[in-house]
Design a protein. Structure first.
Length: 247
């Protein structure tokens, strides 16, 4: 194993945690998996016609979008679960907050991007943190964002029922500031980002990953040689009139 020389996580823990994330990646997709999320044929029709794209390319782009969405969840796993290897009381509970430290009284909710929560989910998260403070007045609650607008550790101001609410113990924190808090090193997150490509290269060179397999197009052709028609029948086959649908 290579030496990664991060003072806040061992080489073995970093390698194994990254390997678990890589192995979660999606390599195979079939029509059953593809259609679990209801496909919008109208959208695909617009994309094909407006962008002057072959329907095969449009379907392939939708496949990639779905796989990428799944892989985004795996990256969330990477960001959250790495903190269980950093010691000093940091842990990743099976339920509740994403990361906690009972010894230091920190309770953390993590988000990949600053804009992934709508107003309703933001309010729900904030009220949950308020409830935590009611039960534990010494606690500090944090919304930690991996991709934030800027480096920050600020009071989280939020609008509840038309009123701006804030509490110094409820914070909005960028991931670099959180790494600094956890490790005591100002550039800890930067150090991780610098070494991560090498870690992934090491893993890929030593791991037999699943072969890529995509049978969506071939299975759609079994429904109809007209791929656009197949997409419509996939979603609308039980709708009125679609037993005699032609495009």
């Amino acid at each position: 194993m290579s030496k990664y020389n991060l003072r806040f996580i061992t080489d073995t823990d970093l390698y194994n945690h990254t390997k678990e994330t890589v192995e979660k990646y999606t390599f195979k997709i079939n029509l059953k998996t593809f259609s679990k999320n209801l496909i919008d044929p109208i959208k695909l029709t617009f994309n094909s016609k407006v962008y002057n794209k072959n329907i095969v390319d449009v379907i392939e782009n939708e496949i990639i979008r779905q796989m990428d969405k799944s892989n985004t969840n795996h990256i969330g796993y990477f960001h959250q679960n790495i903190f269980q290897y950093m010691g000093n009381g940091w842990e990743v509970p099976k339920r509740g907050y994403d990361v906690i430290n009972k010894k230091l009284n920190y309770y953390v909710e993590m988000k990949n991007k600053h804009n992934t929560m709508n107003s309703s989910s933001s309010q729900k998260t904030y009220m949950r943190m308020q409830n935590t403070l009611l039960n534990n007045p010494e606690a500090t609650c944090m919304l930690v964002e991996v991709v934030a607008k800027k480096s920050q550790n600020i009071v989280w101001n939020i609008n509840l029922d038309g009123n701006t609410v804030s509490n110094g113990q409820i914070r909005r924190v960028s991931i670099d500031k959180f790494y600094e808090l956890v490790t005591g090193e100002k550039t800890a997150f930067k150090q991780l980002c610098e070494i991560l490509p090498s870690v992934i290269d090491d893993i890929i060179s030593r791991t037999e990953l699943d072969e890529k397999q995509n049978t969506v197009i071939s299975e759609l052709l079994e429904i109809s040689p007209n791929l656009l028609k197949s997409i419509y029948l996939l979603s609308f086959r039980k709708y009125q009139g679609f037993d005699q649908f032609n495009v």
